[in-house]
Ligand binder design. Sequence first.
Ligand SMILES: *Cc1c(COP(=O)(O)O)cnc(C)c1O
Length: 490
Amino acid sequence: MNFIQTRGNDQNKLQSITFSQAILSPIASYGGLYVPQELPELGVEFLNKHINSSYKELASDMLNRFEIDIDKNVIEEALSLYDKFDNPSNPVPVVRVKENLYVSELYHGPTRAFKDMALQPFGVILSSIAQKRDENYLILAATSGDTGPAALETFKNRANVKVACLYPDGGTSDVQRLQMVTEDASNLKVIGINGVFDDAQAALKRLLASDDFKSALKEKNVSLSAANSVNFGRIIFQIIYHIHSYLELVRQGAVVMGEKVYLNVPSGNFGNALGGYYALKMGLPVEKIIISSNENNVLTRLFTTGKYDIRGESVIGTTSPAMDILKSSNVERVLFDMFGEVRTKELMNDLEVNHSYELISDELIKLQKVFAADFCTGDEGKKYIKDTFSNHGYLMDPHTATCFKSYETISNPAIKTIVYSTAEWTKFSPVIANALTGEVDAEDIIALESISKEANLKIPNMVKELFNKEIAQKTIIEKEDIEKEILKFL
Ligand SMILES: *Cc1c(COP(=O)(O)O)cnc(C)c1O
């Protein structure tokens, strides 16, 4: 299968490229993205075939239908990383919490957030492509706390790949910071910045676009790539768990095969939701995809009014920081799929130049046939965390909690809902401790202990051990010095 471009072709790039090429250079003509030329049709026949399959068997067959240019043994090795999850025979448990609400837990991997679902296999694939071409890659990552640890974990000691990971010093939870600064491998560099996440992100974008930086890398025989979720190499692994979660509901007798469900997704850059959209297009029985946000509710406004408008806005810091975003990159792939390349280019250009775009009413109607959206404030989220724990014995993180609001405000109660849980309670313990016990501003280690006691949950070893590990990465710099620091590392 080949990949085409969301904003048409500028004549400098190829009209269509392979999966490997789309992974290595994810940005298409006019700043657009790559999308599959067509999606494989799976339908109920495929679902029936996999009703008793393991996660890996399902994943392997689905990837096979995409006909990507990756050797079968590499795909198998990539998928074998799901064996590192808590329960290798089912890396993604789906549990009923209340009424018709089921939670699909995407956080049972090594770094306790859903980024592992895609980044774990992605690391194997990218490194293998680099080795095959005999090329060296520098992966730049800027993180607010979940992508960084997952990227470091997957690329650690992999051949032909180095990672430079930028994080805002003081802007992540202690657990997230420790997950990064205790990573000790010669191909990894973690850089704390005196600034906020936006500073790290801006530095990354500047370097990715800088010809000077690229030629300095070239002298060292290194090419540049990025591991953020605009990379289709991540998206492809995010289709699988939507199909798996549906099959889990069938296996549990919660739905009969073919019965439609809601997918309710806590959304930031829209990679998770896009995976659900592609699953729907490929034949998964989905009533609607519900997009849940925090106070940064630009997606709620898009799906309710047809206007994407961030004029004069800046990101609001919230209790669900992985969703603190203004430009949600993967929405572009839905626009392309629904409205085509000419219109997508026009809309994305409006967003870049005027910081807003507006769909016409026919377009909005089309969008609303598939999507609905609502947002949840931090205080509302904490109430959902506390009430869900008190009334149903289920503990969730603040990102997952945003879905409980939209479940109440949007869903038809007769239809089953799959809520995607994107982080374990251990990653955002101060907020959760505050929700449960009212304690304020506790350090992670204190909050973890108090939640563990209150909820009678064990702190997983990989989290506990972080507090005793040696700090291997000590670099903290001003944002002006990032480029120099990276070149020094290479
Ligand atoms: C990355 C992340 C999200 C947002 O996911 P997108 O695919 O970017 O929409 C939500 N929750 C957590 C915990 C995350 O780490």
